[in-house]
Design a protein around this ligand. Structure first.
Ligand SMILES: Nc1ncnc2c1ncn2[C@@H]1O[C@H](COP(=O)(O)OP(=O)(O)O)[C@@H](O)[C@H]1O
Ligand SMILES: O=C(O)C1=C[C@@H](OP(=O)(O)O)[C@@H](O)[C@H](O)C1
Ligand SMILES: [Mg+2]
Length: 176
């Protein structure tokens, strides 16, 4: 049998990339990785601290390096950070090395799912709805640009989303 395919999950904060990615990996017996967790593992500090010390640009560099390293592993399920697609190299990397699943969430749903967002520096001390709407406008086309599948997550349970992705992967298993 050929090696399982690498899968990358993209989408906004609160779309469920980390949650759905972990469950999908479990179901498919693949290794789960999260780029934020990998950056924290490599640096020994949390995401907020990196934003504070190096700004968003510094974080994006680390994110690109982390994703490049993770995508060298065969058969991983990668949950990316919501802004990973802003970097053209990172987009190219995910598109060329993995099946890309866009977990879509409307802004209202993003707001609800990021209510406890202590470690999301872009959402600290701001109007969350306004910020998420502004980010979404810029990023939605970038998610779509590299997506092989768009999954709409509003009001849906993680297990239903995992099933939809899993069915898609099954039906496309033999496509080169
Ligand atoms: N489909 C879903 N239904 C309900 N809650 C969800 C769903 N997906 C994620 N969540 C919850 O929303 C929050 C953010 O999810 P997370 O996986 O961290 O999103 P992301 O990694 O895309 O930012 C978590 O508290 C998680 O438990
Ligand atoms: O949207 C973004 O720019 C970010 C999303 C976060 O990941 P999640 O999408 O997993 O919350 C994390 O990478 C960082 O706080 C920046
Ligand atoms: Mg996440």
């Amino acid at each position: 049998m050929s090696a399982p395919r690498r899968i990358s999950l993209v989408g906004p904060m609160g779309a469920g990339k980390t949650t759905v990615g972990r469950r999908l990996a479990e179901l498919r017996h693949q290794t789960f990785c999260d780029s934020d967790q990998e950056i924290e593992r490599r640096t020994g500090v949390d995401i907020s601290y990196i934003f504070e010390k190096e700004g968003e640009a510094g974080f994006r560099q680390r994110e690109k390096q982390a994703i490049a390293a993770l995508l060298e592993q065969p058969g991983i399920v990668l949950a990316s950070g919501g802004g990973a697609v802003l970097d053209a190299d990172t987009r190219r990397l995910m598109a060329s090395h993995s099946v890309v699943i866009y977990l879509h969430a409307g802004v209202e749903q993003q707001v609800q799912r990021t209510a406890r967002a202590e470690n999301r520096p872009l959402l600290q001390n701001v109007d969350r709805a306004q910020t998420l709407a502004r980010l979404f406008e810029v990023r939605d086309p970038l998610y779509r640009e590299i997506a092989d599948l768009v999954v709409y997550t509003d009001g849906r349970h993680a297990r239903a989303l995992v099933r939809e992705i899993s069915d898609f992967l099954h039906s496309h298993e033999f496509v080169a």
